[in-house]
Design a protein around this ligand. Structure first.
Ligand code: ARG
Length: 399
């Protein structure tokens, strides 16, 4: 029996041509694997058929939308995960899930290698291969676009010559990756970082500059996870889809950033993640109500480390696993309601309530009902500043 390789297949030009390229270059049979992470667009059955028409021996489609939301997006939400404080890790979150299925499908179908359609310049190649290495260390990773220098022009030529069923008309000037957590758009005129983004880059969000009435939504969290929206119970996937609609309808979640890739290149990226940005704003504020001071402060540091690890392709690493245990433990009391005002591209928290809140009205109030004994503050400050005071005396004596 011929050796086999499992290719992460999107249905687009590069991975469609990649089937033939892999076969020609390695002599292996190609199994195409398409994962539904809520990217929308084409029907997955059509994509499956196209893989077969392009020469795959088998084509597997997996609906992983709920798993993606439950096991990848919810941990990211608990971590308030934003790379460089702004990018909600849209692509970085889908890669480990796809890699997991690449590895398991390879082992199941007797393949000794996996493949992806990434170029040699981005983060995604690292994420796929590092994840596969961590899950199935004996599998080899192949990257036809990178390793056999498959340019776009060559791909188009190959598709025409072999009569592959891919329409060239859908060719976009941008490189786009999308899933239910958001969209990433690169290349084209965006490569000049001085060029402002234009309206037709966006599909998950409307133009925030167009006047429209604000909307208000109440998000209920249970231990860090959104479990109801405006009182209606939702699964994580439903919460994300609904928030994409509501927040996207107010132009929330557009991001324009110059980003530091793992491989050392700075790149200009446009993202939109209405649900991601709105849910993180709500979740973070509920944490402010429910997590004690030192834990909350420390967690903010852990969050940025978590985002960097995930960005850098280390989802299946020991450090990431241990940070997840820490983060999960912090979520025990992150339950309650957040009222979010969505308007003109912004998600603003305007109210919070929780049965496990640490906010104590009688301690906070400046009105009657004050239970805080202000006389205690004096001695506290005396001791708190004692080390500085002693050091200052020494510094003065030696100056
Ligand atoms: N720069 C982002 C990241 O590394 C997005 C990459 C998405 N890929 C694409 N073809 N647009 O996570």
């Amino acid at each position: 029996m011929a050796e086999r390789v499992v290719l992460a297949y999107s249905g687009g030009l590069d991975t469609s041509v990649g089937i033939g390229w892999l076969k020609d270059a390695t002599g292996k049979e190609v199994v195409a694997l398409a994962i539904d992470v809520g990217q929308g667009g084409e029907d997955m059955e059509e994509i499956r058929q196209r893989a077969l028409d392009c020469g795959a021996v088998e084509a597997v489609v997996i609906d992983a939308k709920d798993e993606f939301a439950n096991d990848y997006l919810m941990p990211a939400l608990k971590a308030n995960a934003l790379y460089q404080k702004r990018y909600p890790l849209v692509s970085a979150l889908s890669r480990p899930l796809i890699a997991k299925y690449l590895a398991s499908t390879a082992l199941e179908l007797g393949a000794n290698s996996v493949a992806h359609g990434c170029t040699g310049k981005g983060n995604d190649q690292v994420r796929f291969e590092a994840a596969v290495a961590a899950l199935a260390p004996d599998l080899t990773s192949l990257a036809p676009v990178r390793d056999f220098a498959l340019t776009r022009d060559k791909a188009i030529e190959y598709a025409a010559k072999h009569n592959l069923p891919i329409s060239q008309s859908k060719k976009s000037p941008y490189s786009i990756d999308q899933n239910v957590w958001g969209r990433a758009v690169e290349t084209g005129f965006l490569e000049d970082p001085w060029n402002a983004p234009i309206e037709d880059l966006y599909t998950y969000s409307v133009d925030p500059a167009i006047p429209r009435d604000a909307v208000e939504v109440i998000i209920t969290f249970t231990e860090g996870i959104p479990t109801a929206i405006d009182g209606k119970a939702v699964t994580p996937l439903e919460a994300v889809m609904l928030m994409n609609e509501i927040a996207g309808g107010q132009g929330v979640g557009r991001i324009d950033i110059v980003e530091d890739r793992l491989i050392g290149i700075k790149s200009r990226e446009i993202y939109e993640s209405p649900a991601g940005i709105a849910l993180i704003a709500a979740h973070e504020e509920l944490e402010n109500m429910t997590i004690e001071r030192d834990l909350a402060r420390y967690k903010r540091d852990v969050e940025s480390k978590w985002a960097e690890l995930v960005y850098d392709g280390l989802w299946f690493s020991g450090l990431k696993r241990s940070l997840d245990v820490f983060i999960d433990d912090t979520q025990k009391y992150v339950s309650g309601d957040i009222r979010l005002n969505l308007h003109a591209g912004k998600a603003t928290v305007t109210g919070r309530r929780s049965e496990t809140s640490l906010y104590d009205f009688n301690l906070a109030t400046y009105d009657t009902g004050d239970t805080f004994d202000q006389s205690m503050a004096k001695g506290f400050i005396e001791l708190w500043s004692l080390p500085s005071k002693i050091a200052a005396r020494r510094d003065l004596a030696n100056s």
